[in-house]
Design a protein around this ligand. Structure first.
Ligand code: DC
Length: 222
């Protein structure tokens, strides 16, 4: 069974997907981590950002990024080095949308992501899981929350639990910029699949959110 969770930055996709996977004994595939790993590898290799739109499959192969299943999830590697811990840095976050909009990058990752779902039950999250990567998923969820809620969650992840108004406004601005890049790009833009269940988590606590997805999954399990 495949459960596809899509939505904008900070909507709680990854934490929800991880908890749902644990409850159901499924693997968790966080597709954003794959885009982040390519971004990290390109930055580290010194590939100038303005050249990224010209990247082709051979150049992507040369970055040597791949994923390995571990403990119910996937870890990202450059060669033999596990880089999973480095993927949420502000520098990677600031550049990842530019990598994710390159058509050759999306094509290159498609087979890797599908391969991950070939042999195991999966909860995957991202922007195009239900629309492009796993259109046949048995359950599709589109998670949303208000921009302010999403910004507070992102800041809390970075240890800022009581942001002042300026900090909050700056984070809202960064999120909306990324939303814009992700929804307006030509390839695989962020959008809700026609058959996705819409879940607004602004007023839901985390447990209720996880429970809602688990119940839907149980009702659709073959
Ligand atoms: O979910 P995240 O913040 O880790 O995602 C990082 C970036 O990767 C995000 O700006 C958009 C892109 N992304 C994408 O285009 N398609 C996906 N399936 C997952 C992520």
């Amino acid at each position: 069974m495949i459960i596809a969770i899509d939505g904008p930055a900070g909507s709680g996709k990854s934490t929800t997907a991880r908890a749902v996977a644990r409850r159901l004994g499924f693997h968790h595939l966080e597709s954003g981590a794959f885009y982040r790993a390519l971004t990290y590898a390109a930055l580290r290799a010194g590939l100038p950002v303005e050249r990224w739109p010209e990247l082709e499959a051979s150049a992507l192969d040369a970055l040597n990024v791949h994923a390995r299943p571990a403990d119910g999830a996937f870890r990202l590697f450059i060669g033999e080095e596990d880089v999973t811990e480095f993927l949420r840095s502000p520098e990677v976050t600031a550049h990842v949308s530019q990598m994710a909009r390159v058509p050759a990058v999306r094509e290159w990752l498609l087979s890797q992501l599908r391969e991950a779902g070939r042999t195991t039950d999966l909860v995957c999250d991202g922007r195009d899981m239900g629309t492009v990567v796993f259109p046949e998923a048995e359950l599709k969820i589109f998670l949303t929350a208000s921009p302010e809620t999403r910004a507070r969650r992102r800041l809390a992840e970075q240890g800022v639990t009581d942001p002042d108004p300026a900090e909050l406004a700056a984070e809202v601005e960064r999120l909306l910029t990324r939303d814009r890049l992700d929804t307006e790009r030509e390839v695989a833009p962020l959008r809700r699949a026609a058959d996705a269940v819409l879940l607004d988590t602004t007023a839901l606590d985390f447990e209720a959110q996880v429970e809602a997805v688990v119940r839907l999954a149980e009702s659709r399990r073959r």
